[in-house]
Ligand binder design. Sequence first.
Ligand code: 3PG
Length: 395
Amino acid sequence: RYIDQLKDLKGKKVFIRVDFNVPQDDKGNITEDSRIVGAVPTIKYALEQGAKVVLASHLGRPKGEKKPKYTMAPASKRLSQLIGKKVIQAPDCFGPEVDKLVDALKPGECLMLENVRFYPGEEKNDAEFARKLANGCDIYVNDAFAVSHRAHASVEAITKVIPTIAAGFLMRNEMTFFDKAMTNPVRPLVAILGGAKVSGKLEVLEKLVNKVDKIVIGGGMAFTFLKAMGYSVGKSLVEDELIVTAKKVMDKAKKRGVTFYLPVDCIVANAFDAKATNFVTTVQEIPEGWMALDIGPASATLFAETLRDAKTVIWNGPMGVFEMDAFARGTFAVAEAVGNCFATTVIGGGDTDAAVNKAGVADKVSYISTGGGAFLELLEGKTLPGVKALDVKSK
Ligand code: 3PG
């Protein structure tokens, strides 16, 4: 059930769990706000319906302690700019002062609680803490897709405390596009997987191999596969303990008729450094002592070619160390190819959306998920505790 299916929000206290866990610089300026932007439609809708809105989020990992660095204040300021309305910042997430602020809320007003991870009860999914947070609210709305893989008090336990629960519009978008890409994809379905390590993506790989028509592997993780194929990869990142697994994944792909693409060339450097000496080489000729930090131009062309007839594309993980300009071209080339292909394109996982934004093709992609870990867990085929809690109670 979604928020627009609830009757009459007017005058109701609506608790909306959002994920405003956004990156900030050391002065507390928000450097990327897509998670806040993503939650605006739900918040605006509730306010326009005359609800008294109580917002809750976590920020960072303050480990159950009140650390000023992790205050929600910059996020509520940003939200206030986006909705053109005052957002009252509470000094805490429960307690007598918060009670007063909640009681004083008028229809169409909005209060942001302080970071829910300032208390250990949040991560312990503690029922008592959830009750304190709920603060007599009538309706609970989960619009925090990006944290829905965590069974935490403001995501899970609270759904048992507040009588009426629903999902928000951001959650609806996330689930709709994910279903379009993975549950009922128009084929060919191509998955592009990158990032540093195979270990973080093993379950995803296993799942994708059973589902997709083509799989493209770039980034650091490609070199474990290349080594498994017998190449010498110099000092490139390799997880030796996963070489056997990498082989098995490739065998499985072959058996299923899934075409498996790996880089054919790469940019190698003599150090992990933005200013390191670097050059392009084929993967057969990586010199001893050098490390691959990006895919090369031929690989970028090859990977773009795999998308020519694609009808659905799912992409997670950069093709190289794209934070360093010298090793960013592969990721940008793939971002452009994804942006320009004639397919439903779904992108997820922190770094990947940063790459797409930097490459300037964000508005050409069908959907950019706000989830990092949550998106990966969906790709692994898991049911997210936050989503499950909504389903169970809505039935
Ligand atoms: C995220 O950034 O992936 C979510 O906000 C969850 O944060 P966490 O990994 O600290 O639980």
